[in-house]
Each structure stands twice: as C-alpha cells, then as structure tokens.
Design a protein around this ligand. Structure first.
Ligand SMILES: N[C@@H](CCC(=O)N[C@@H](CS)C(=O)NCC(=O)O)C(=O)O
Length: 256
C-alpha cells in the first residue's frame, strides 16, 4: 500500500475564529466544498476568541488563523486558494485559460489588497482623530481630490465593484467563485466602517442577494455567529465597534 496523498484523505482543518470576522470566509468555503472543519471560538466573547488565537499562533494573531493538517496559516485569500487547489476538484475557480480566471484572480486579491486596505485607511484615520468618518478633514480621507493624497478611496472601491457587476453575474465572471466569498465579507460592514450606503449600489445589491442566499453561506453564518448577525454582518448580541451614522450622512453610489 502506497502513501495516501492529500487528495485521498480528508484534511484536518481547524479554523480559529472570531464572530463577525474574516474567518467566516474559510468556514463558508468549507461548507461549499463539504469539507469537514473545526471552528474554534468563544461564543459571545470577541476578546476571549482573540486570546485563544494569540495563544495558538502568537507570531501573527489575526482572524483567521487556520491549521491545515497541523500547519498554521494566515491570510484568508491564500487559505481559500490552498483549499480549492488541494480539495476543490476544480470547483469555485474558473478554468485557468478562461477570461473569467482573470476576473477571478483580480477580485480575489482586490478584496484585501485594495478594498479592505482603503476602507481600513479611512476607518482607522477617523478613529485616531476621534471623529466620524465623514468629518475627516480634507486630506485625511482616501479619495480626497487633492494632489497630496488623491488615492482611490472607499467610494471608488464600491463604484468600481458595482460597475464591474453591471456586466458580470459574479466577481469570478459567469459563475460563483471564491472571489465572491472574498468580496462579500466587507460589504455589509462598509456601512458601519466608512458610511457607505451599500444599498445605493444596485448591482452589488443584486449580487449580494444571490450569494447570501446560498445554503453554504447560511450554514456558515449559523455556525460562525450562532446568535445571529445584524445589518452590518456583525454578531447581533455584541456591542458595535463604532456608532453607525444616520442614513442622511451615508455616502451613496455616484450613479444613484
Ligand atoms: N488580510 C488578512 C486580514 C486579517 C485581519 O486583519 N483580521 C482581523 C479580524 S477580521 C483581525 O484579526 N484583526 C486584529 C488585528 O489585526 O490585530 C486576511 O484576509 O486574513
């Protein structure tokens, strides 16, 4: 009998999770692929869940930390790529030679490399200055149209995604892929973090309805946030990290 390869046996996947956090992406993928996984977190206790992560992986304590057959890994996008490449049998990734593969690869990386980076910039600047995100002085917020800091901002991120979805059903093109899992997580949160009126983006709204109705998403959400989620995708039974701005102060799609 030869040695069994990784494809032949179920991997042991342990997801160190915090409710409402990016670790839910990994659970969602495991549900899609029907891969068994263990979810480690302290229900109703964000700090306690983080303390567990610090204990198991002090080198880079973030959510998710995942252990795959005993090897620890961070970076949700990389974890999704490893799990689909090893255990997906071609599911949830377009064929490498298709045009859709280019879209898929772009959005897989855009989610963290640009979208969350730009949203985080606005969010943390506002927190450090102790003001609401829409009260940031000119020059402190990404997207401000001045020479010194004319970087694409949170609104630009959403405008780009919505324009793309006008012509494509999913972020990976014609079919649902892991790029959708990467992009979904921060959409409800953007309303809270950076005061984006996500519902003013009609194509994102249509896409979100479709992906969030997938049975695997619902199972993962139930497992990851057993007490339910609020409109921002955060655990319903825990205090919000910041106060949401009223509707009239939300930033809308440029085309709405
Ligand atoms: N790019 C990383 C980001 C991970 C990350 O920042 N996770 C958050 C929770 S959603 C976290 O652990 N924050 C605490 C920290 O960064 O110290 C990924 O996609 O996995």
């Amino acid at each position: 009998m030869g040695e069994s390869s990784v494809e032949e046996v179920s991997p042991k996947i342990v997801i160190y999770h915090i409710e409402g956090r990016r670790s839910s992406r990994v659970a969602w993928l495991c549900e899609e692929l029907e891969l068994p996984y263990e979810l480690v977190f302290k229900r109703g206790d964000i700090m306690g869940s983080m303390a567990t992560i610090r204990e198991v992986y002090p080198d880079m304590p973030m959510a998710p930390v995942v252990s795959i057959d005993g090897t620890f890994m961070v970076e949700s996008g990389a974890i999704l790529e490893v799990l689909t490449a090893r255990y997906g049998n071609g599911a949830l990734v377009p064929p490498v030679n298709s045009i859709d593969f280019l879209y898929h690869a772009q959005w897989m990386h855009f989610a963290e490399g640009t979208a969350m980076a730009r949203l985080g910039m606005d969010f943390f600047t506002a927190m450090n200055k102790g003001v609401a995100v829409d009260e940031l002085p000119v020059g402190y917020r990404s997207g401000d149209d001045i020479a010194a800091f004319a970087m694409v901002g949170s609104v630009g991120v959403f405008d780009f995604a919505d324009r793309y979805l006008e012509d494509h059903a999913f972020f990976g093109g014609a079919e649902f892929t892991t790029a959708d899992i990467m992009m979904q997580w921060f959409v409800p949160l953007a309303r809270l973090m950076v005061a984006i009126d996500v519902d003013s983006y009609s194509h994102i709204r249509r896409w979100r309805k479709v992906v969030e109705s997938r049975p695997a998403f619902k199972r993962a959400t139930q497992a990851c946030t057993p007490s339910g989620v609020n409109e921002f995708g955060m655990p319903a039974d825990q205090p919000l990290i910041v106060q949401p701005l009223p509707d009239e102060r939300l930033r809308k799609s440029r085309s709405s």
